[in-house]
Write a new protein. Sequence first.
Length: 338
Amino acid sequence: MNILLTGGAGYIGSHTAVVLVEAAHRVVLLDNLSNSRQEVLSNLERITGENIPFVKGDVRDTTLVRQVLEQHDIHAVIHFAGLKAVGESVQAPMDYYANNVQGTISLLQAMEDCGVRRLIFSSSATVYGIPQYLPIDEAHPTHPTNPYGRNKRHIEEMLGDIAGSDRTWRIVSLRYFNPVGAHDSGLIGEMPRGIPNNLMPYIVDVATGNLSHLSVFGNDYDTIDGTGVRDYIHVMDLAEGHRSALDYLDTRAPTMSLFNLGTGNGFSVLRMVQAFEAASGKKIPYRFAPRRPGDVAACYAKADKAAIELGWKATRTLEEMCASAWNYRSPSTKTKTP
Ligand code: NAD
Ligand code: UDP
């Protein structure tokens, strides 16, 4: 199939591109590079041995998206493009609505115009808000607690309305838990700009010496060791989830469906530090700090629906997540061979 990946130069999009090319799909990347780097493209070529078509542009440019859909005879779109920092979304909600919601409307208009009605949307576990029970299944109520999460939920509602209005649409919304790690080559991975907000890239920055220590936000939660628990998933497992979702779209999907992509396991912050130290041989100094506003004690997925309906399961271990994250960023251990 010919697949358009909006935001395809980003962290999850680039790993998904590798998996799809290896599965003999033809992929086209559209990205405005607002949160990614041009060098990802040459590294993708080194990994896959293919020259992947890239269009530098904004998903809000409906005319451009229409041209790309037509020129490349696109069958399905995976929509990764968007802004994703929760804290920033509280500070600048308009930017988030403009980019994430308006961007999706623009894409959907172009798709409708071109008769492309197969879509996979990058959603987030953030849509659930404060867990009412664990593990979180897809029937869990959605009460997002910040503008980023509300963007995702609004988009899912919009997608449901569109799927309801025209039975020829096939739409899958994937609610990611906490993606971490990198491709084994060490050529692509997660490289946030500035000081990372998320745990794994922060730990990696401490390991490289860019940051002095990790602040562990809260040690008095009702969890195994008092620190926050999350469902970390290897980005290559997540990428493979998209391949399964594409097969599903093409064969047996209803007009609209939702899936959690997680492992079903929760790990605490201290467990993550310990696993990373073991995988990297680096000491990660940490200090306990107050809870981060808006954080929940624990959040992890019930992953059964994706296993049953998509035939997909995460298989990689916590050790593999940490080792690959370190391989990508380590100055000395980088293999740098596809
Ligand atoms: P990322 O920032 O690495 O990738 C997003 C890409 O989209 C970037 O390359 C950016 O340049 C591009 N982009 C942003 N706005 C654009 C626009 N208007 N037009 C064209 N390109 C645009 O983020 P990621 O981690 O790869 O996330 C991909 C998707 O998954 C996002 O929608 C994000 O909200 C969602 N998600 C991510 C996580 C996570 O922890 N990484 C968790 C849940 C959901
Ligand atoms: N965390 C932390 N220090 C950091 C970043 C994160 O202790 O510098 C904790 C955070 O409180 C949460 C877990 O690590 O318990 C995962 O946080 P992240 O921001 O990566 O994911 P999210 O909270 O969005 O699921």
